[in-house]
Design a protein around this ligand. Structure first.
Ligand SMILES: O=S(=O)(CCO)c1ccc(-c2ccc(C3CCCC3)c([C@@H]3C[C@@H]3c3ccccn3)c2)cc1
Length: 238
């Protein structure tokens, strides 16, 4: 494994997030707050130091793409402005490996909150499916807040959020009955998107929950549609 000081944390958090995502929405602690076709969004209402830090878990099924394609476009900084509408600036501060970056993002001001930035490492990896040999491998992309000497410490200016986010994808192939080639019509990608965002500074709880309720469904719907559009008529990446 690459000898980088962040590597042990990247390895630990990525695998923890994979297990957390695979728990699904069992246990009755998750509250369904948005639904749109196959997409179901759940949250838990939690506060840390009086700040709403509501863990979010979304499950979605997207036809015609693979988990590798879905996590690739989520990870890739080059296309982020094409689907992330709340982004104002983004800078790759460090390229640790071709699947591991440190990114600084400045988000647009979301009323009534003041403008925020997010500094995190971003990692994408294929995880061999250890349970079901026939199933495709699992792909995970994970973003987790970190420190970095190149990021401004924002004295008194921007509030820095802290976040842990993962996108876990499992592809299934229903091979054509006639033994013909597998096309995108035979692909189904099951997605679990998990996010915990600490706003880092005071935002009125009711206003923040309204922002979550509006922004998260919009974000996941727009992102998954973006990937479908990008992959349409392109060779399949398994
Ligand atoms: O999945 S990612 O890694 C995709 C890469 O960008 C990611 C997702 C979400 C955020 C995020 C950062 C700040 C804020 C708030 C906190 C107080 C005021 C701004 C929010 C709130 C929840 C709302 C929100 C949800 C989804 C999209 C944008 N806005 C979300 C950051 C990264």
């Amino acid at each position: 494994a690459p000898a980088h000081p962040l590597w042990p944390e990247i390895e630990r958090v990525t695998l923890e997030q994979l297990q957390y995502a695979r728990l699904g929405v069992e246990g009755g602690v998750w509250q369904l707050f948005a639904e749109d076709g196959e997409m179901k969004m759940y949250k838990r209402e939690e506060e840390v130091d009086g700040l709403a830090v509501d863990p979010l878990k979304a499950v979605h099924t997207v036809k015609g793409v693979t988990g590798r394609e879905m996590t690739h476009y989520f990870f890739s900084p080059d296309v982020r402005f094409e689907w992330e509408t709340t982004l104002e600036q983004m800078k790759v501060l460090e390229t640790i490996a071709d699947d591991t970056l440190v990114i600084l993002q400045i988000h647009k001001r979301v009323w009534p909150a003041s403008q925020r930035d997010a500094l995190f490492w971003s990692h994408v990896r294929r995880v061999p499916n250890d349970t079901d040999r026939d199933a495709q491998d699992i792909w995970i992309a994970c973003n987790h807040s970190t420190e970095h000497h190149e990021a401004p410490s924002n004295e008194g200016k921007m509030v820095r959020v802290s976040l842990t986010v993962c996108l876990v994808c499992q592809t299934s192939i229903e091979p054509p009955a006639d033994g013909g080639p597998v096309t995108r019509d035979h692909l189904t990608c099951k997605i679990t998107y998990c996010s915990v965002v600490n706003p880092g500074g005071w935002v009125p709880t009711s206003a923040l929950r309204a922002v979550y309720k509006r922004e998260y469904p919009k974000f996941l719907k727009r992102f998954t549609q973006y990937v479908k559009d990008r992959c349409d008529k392109q060779p399949i990446l398994f």
